[in-house]
Design a protein around this ligand. Structure first.
Ligand code: URA
Length: 177
């Protein structure tokens, strides 16, 4: 991955940002792509959105790195923080697939539309897709808002809280408790 040149995102990246956390974690959170700070330090979700993600994790008793792995739909920073283009997500998808095969999470959480679309290989609208259990090759998949969106749209924070509770219930059921 670090040497990948499958799409043009390699041209401006400082480094590919692979993922962070517990490689045997039950939880896998998938974001969109690295921003400037992530590109700089090589770890996903270290900026403002990352702080909110850490708080969201804490709200359901989780902590970055403990039973949780965090990755992105694309591993290289899209310039100007634009949304990754469809062909960039297609080029990067095998890496995400392989990460999922290796981690074998019990639950996948897609943060925002690009992550949901690359995992489901379908058009997704978050408002319609959230609150439901989806499936990624036999692994339950829950779709919720991206933390960066929640920072801009405070009104949807209540819905994100519902989604967090739904995740926690789903995981409890998966673990048989
Ligand atoms: N937003 C993302 O989707 N991923 C990151 O790693 C940082 C911000």
């Amino acid at each position: 991955m670090a040497a990948c040149r499958q799409c043009r995102l390699c041209e401006a990246r400082k480094q590919a940002v692979l993922g962070v956390g517990d490689r045997a974690g039950d939880w896998l959170f998938v974001g969109e792509g690295p921003g400037a700070e992530e590109d700089q330090c090589g770890e996903p979700f270290v900026g403002q959105a990352g702080k909110l993600l850490d708080n969201m994790l804490a709200a359901i008793g989780l902590k970055r790195g403990q039973d949780v792995y965090i990755a992105n739909a694309v591993k290289c920073r899209p310039p100007e923080n634009r949304t990754p283009a469809p062909e960039e997500m297609v080029a990067c998808r095998p890496y995400l697939q392989r990460q999922i095969e290796l981690i074998q999470p019990k639950l996948i959480v897609a943060l925002g539309r690009p992550a949901a679309q690359t995992l489901l290989q379908a058009e997704v609208k978050i408002a319609a897709a959230r609150g439901k259990l989806h499936d990624y090759h036999g692994i339950p998949l829950i779709i919720t808002y991206h933390p960066a969106y929640l920072l801009r749209t405070l009104l949807d924070k209540a819905k994100a809280w519902e989604d967090l509770c739904f995740m926690r219930r789903t995981m409890a059921a998966r673990k048989g408790g």
